[in-house]
Design a protein around this ligand. Structure first.
Ligand code: PCA
Length: 219
């Protein structure tokens, strides 16, 4: 039986960078068929509001069965599988459209948070078994990535059977090398990022009940 399509999103560069690993990875996987499910990739603007307009149109047009949104997380060292999206925008940097919301809801009047509906524990376990560093993350921040993650989960709240989530990725080595910080921030090569996201998607397609394994943290 053919599997429902996968919508895989990445972001355009932001914060003065010329690349964003999330879009590099999504682009590399566009058109692949994983465990019977075809991947369709989409680049989102790194802009409050506009990103959700672009994503919302794709959800209507493509009717995916699985959605994985990807984003860059400078400073993180592993595949960071997000557990929860929160209903707040609080930007330290202006987004690419120059917007800098402070303590505004993503969706006024909507719930404080939504949980990812992808099997996050199974994804972390699959990546680790393949020798790739991964963990559950308890916060996707309060910038455009969390905004997209929250808006995605809100848009899908009544779509039974459609599962979605968010994964943050470390920088690419060339981005880390160009940063002025000492030591340079952690990074993973593009081929490794592509391998990990591919495995995460295969796991999402083939796992319906998540693993019961600890993915917690004390802080
Ligand atoms: N990372 C940013 C926004 C776009 C991206 O790739 C974030 O973590 O919010």
């Amino acid at each position: 039986m053919p599997q429902p399509a996968i919508l895989l999103t990445g972001f355009e560069p932001f914060g003065g960078e010329s690349v964003n690993p999330s879009w590099q990875v999504a682009q590399a996987l566009h058109g692949e068929t994983l465990a019977g499910a075809r991947v369709q990739s989409l680049c989102l603007p790194c802009a409050f509001g506009d990103a959700l307009d672009t994503l919302g149109a794709a959800l209507v047009r493509q009717r995916p069965g699985i959605v994985l949104a990807l984003g860059q997380a400078g400073g993180r060292s592993d595949f960071s599988v997000e557990r929860i999206a929160i209903n707040v925008d609080d930007a330290r940097l202006p987004c690419n459209a120059g917007r800098r919301p402070i303590d505004e809801p993503v969706v006024p009047g909507a719930p404080a948070a939504y949980f990812a509906t992808l099997p996050i524990k199974a994804i972390v376990a699959a990546l680790r078994s393949a020798g790739l560093p991964a963990s559950v993350s308890q916060s996707a921040g309060t910038y455009v990535c969390n905004h997209v993650f929250y808006g995605l989960m809100h848009a899908l709240r009544r779509r039974r059977g459609v599962r979605a989530g968010f994964m943050h990725l470390p920088l690419l080595p060339e981005q880390a090398a160009a940063r002025a910080t000492v030591p340079a921030p952690p990074s993973l090569p593009l081929a490794t990022l592509v391998q990990g996201v591919r495995l995460a998607l295969v796991t999402a397609v083939t796992t319906t009940a998540d693993l019961r394994a600890s993915g917690g943290a004390e802080t």
